[in-house]
Design a protein around this ligand. Structure first.
Ligand code: SAM
Length: 265
């Protein structure tokens, strides 16, 4: 299939999912959390002092991360999201707390009416991996940032989708069960994932794909985090399968990068 048609189909499917299930995801995967069972912004302080700063979120969802930064005196808030329903929720949620943001309903891959060389921070909490054009999206983010501007994002760790528990007793994890590779780490092809009787279309990019795309877009990586939170690491006994997995491998990862030069769009 023509790649442009395929990308359009992916965006349509994902937009439809997020419009339908916006209320279900209200307030999830948002700052201070970078991901489930993961160290938080309250511990990592990747943002530092945001007072008076201009911030733009890609995949801003219900606006909870924008509100977290508004509470810390951010100067200007912008958000981009493919889902109109998510943005309706974000607008109402921010208004309820006395904040406003410039919200743009569009895929992050699109040509957007966003000022260039303008933002102190661009960030994305479990949003960036939805892009169908990672190199292009990173180049756009670099163009929106001021020189020395910061880009922070978190997403599924690629190992998480490759490895599953081998359950030998009717789906229940028993002692000595193993984590096994169900999918190649090198497989970056798109796959359909059933969710809530609907589906989303995703791909599982390697860590090196993110690192190289950042470098090509003119970013210098300052920090990469692959760290399960302490509470999960110390949990024992009757804990969820996901928590058991998070004790063995990172479920999420997070990168802080700085715009070091502008290679042009
Ligand atoms: C897990 S949610 C992020 C939640 C957000 N961090 C918050 O604070 O509420 C992922 C968001 O990405 C959006 N999204 C999915 N594909 C997108 C795309 N191609 N461009 C822009 N947004 C997209 C979805 O609509 C959804 O709101």
């Amino acid at each position: 299939m023509d790649i442009t048609i395929r990308k359009a189909e992916i965006l349509k499917t994902n937009k439809s999912y997020w419009d339908t299930y916006a209320d279900f995801w209200f307030g999830t995967t948002s700052l201070p959390e970078y991901g489930v069972h993961f160290v938080t912004e309250d511990e990592l302080h990747l943002f530092g002092d945001v007072s008076g700063k201009k911030l733009l979120e890609f995949g801003c969802g219900s606006g909870h991360s924008l509100k977290y930064l508004a509470d810390r005196n951010a100067g200007e808030l912008w958000g981009v999201d493919i889902s109109g329903r998510q943005l309706e929720n974000a607008e109402a949620y921010l208004k309820e707390h006395g904040y406003t943001a410039k919200l743009i309903c569009a895929p992050m891959e699109a040509e957007l009416d966003i000022p260039t060389d303008y933002f102190d921070y661009v960030y994305s909490i479990y949003g960036i991996g939805w892009t169908t054009d990672l190199p292009g999206t990173f180049r756009k983010i670099a163009s929106y940032l001021k020189n020395d501007g910061i880009f922070i994002f978190s997403w599924h760790h690629p190992l998480n989708y490759c490895v599953s528990w081998s359950c030998s007793e009717g789906g229940t994890i028993i002692e000595n069960d193993k984590l096994v590779f169900m999918k190649s780490y090198f497989d970056e092809s798109y796959f359909k994932m059933p969710v809530h009787g609907s589906e989303v279309i995703l791909c599982n990019r390697k860590i090196s794909t993110y690192v190289n795309a950042l470098a090509q877009a003119g970013f210098a990586i300052e920090q990469m985090i692959e760290q399960t939170d302490e509470q999960t690491m110390e949990a024992a006994g009757d804990i969820s399968d996901k928590a058991k997995k998070a004790k063995m491998l990172p479920i999420s990862f997070c990168i802080k990068a700085r715009k070091s030069h502008h290679p042009g769009l």
